[in-house]
Design a protein around this ligand. Structure first.
Ligand SMILES: [Fe+2]
Length: 402
């Protein structure tokens, strides 16, 4: 294979440009189905064209250089659709074919780059933001920007806890060892449906305690119990992390066993109960009508916390929900007026439930299988894990769908 020296953006460079709102253009050469299922999104809309690689390429001879064939095909297939000035990022599934596309474009004078590792690498990229940092309490928000997943590493003194660990557990162990922290507790707020939890594996690897509410150790479809052991979370349980206290609030609605930890009385890790713009969906257990009132009561209870308490959710839908530091957080006081779901609470249970039921997004078919993995009922290899986690999370209520 020809080694190309085409300039690249790594996933972290892509993240930086997305976060800064840089102007660039994307040529995505994956097939249409994959493109429609999941694309790169930033704070602002990014001009993107999807043209599957095989539509772009017809080799004149079997041994024709691919970049040369791309350069030959582009004027005809893409005409004036590509910008003559400004950066063009070529994207494919793994970053191999898009390298040839970027190289072909460069030969035509375009300022093209390749996304290193393609969508696979982008999907597995993590970013870290400091919410608070002191010896008494450090709160780190660890995001997986392509999927909109957020997890947390909390530390007090030398002791650390991970909340809602993603499956790439090395992300947490690396940060902890850099800081000299010992992860003694791993806490899953609920049985995740949109991504594979790393909670059980991380706790096993470290000999840490793994915490979960017993209701969420049962698969909601066939009621099969989890195959791993865990420590039971219950409402108003107090956990100690170094010098700080965590108060466990059982807030059912998104799932029956949803537990949100209130850290040091100041940070509420709201998981999929409450997001920055919207609220969690109560239908993933297949019982939206009976779970919506649970969500209603849980959100009302959550609003009894002080206005200054900071909400740290488990997901975001759009990058522009982040603040200037790239952190997804907001005070309860601010969300009271800005969050659409919380505003609906004031109108009573009937209106709230009707609002919830009319704004439910599709139930992705992979979610049942993901929960099967997360309850330890089945095991999957890396290829299958990536396939199950393809695309952005769908844990929130739809936005603006009236
Ligand atoms: Fe969830």
């Amino acid at each position: 294979m020809v080694m190309l020296k085409t300039p690249v953006w790594s996933p972290s460079e892509l993240y930086r440009h997305l976060n800064e709102g840089s102007q660039f253009f994307i040529l995505d050469v994956r097939n249409e189905e994959d493109f429609n299922a999941w694309k790169i999104e930033g704070r602002d809309a990014i001009q993107t064209i999807n043209l599957p690689y095989f539509d772009l390429l017809e080799l004149e001879e079997e041994d024709e250089e691919i970049a040369a064939a791309v350069a030959r095909a582009v004027p005809d297939r893409l005409g004036d659709k590509l910008p003559r000035s400004g950066l063009i990022l070529a994207v494919c599934a793994k970053g191999d074919t898009s390298a040839h596309v970027a190289e072909g474009l460069r030969r035509l004078g375009y300022q093209a780059l390749n996304l290193e590792g393609g969508m696979a690498a982008w999907g597995n990229h993590y970013e870290m933001r400091v919410v608070e940092e002191s010896r008494r309490l450090t709160v780190l928000q660890i995001s997986r920007p392509a999927r909109g997943c957020l997890s947390y590493l909390l530390a007090s003194g030398d002791e650390a806890m991970v909340v809602d660990a993603a499956r790439h557990t090395e992300v947490y162990t690396r940060i902890a060892s850099e800081h000299g922290w010992h992860i003694t507790n791993v806490f899953d707020t609920h049985l995740q449906a949109d991504h594979l939890s790393g909670g059980v594996a991380l706790a096993r690897e470290l000999g840490a305690d793994y915490w979960l509410h017993p209701y969420d150790s049962i698969h909601p479809d066939d009621l099969l119990p989890a195959t791993f052991s865990f420590r039971y979370l219950e409402d108003e349980m107090e956990l100690k992390l170094g010098e700080v206290n965590l108060r466990a609030l059982h807030l059912p609605g998104h799932t029956l066993g949803m537990v949100n930890p209130l850290v040091d009385g100041r940070y509420l890790l709201t998981s999929d109960t409450l997001f920055i713009d919207t609220v969690g969906r109560p239908d993933l257990g297949g019982r939206a009508e009976s779970w919506a009132p649970l969500l209603y009561r849980s959100l009302q209870r959550l609003l009894t916390l002080p206005d200054a308490a900071v909400v740290l959710p488990a997901h975001f839908s759009q990058m522009r929900e982040a603040d200037a530091q790239g952190c997804y957080r907001a005070s309860i006081g601010a969300l009271r007026s800005h969050n659409e779901g919380l505003r609906m609470l004031g109108q009573g249970l009937a209106v709230f439930s009707a609002y919830i039921l009319s704004n439910l997004p599709e139930h992705p078919p992979s979610y049942d299988e993901i929960r099967r993995v997360n309850t330890g009922l089945i095991e999957v290899n890396e290829v299958k894990a990536s396939e199950l986690e393809l695309g952005r999370n769908q844990c929130a209520l739809s936005h603006g769908k009236k």
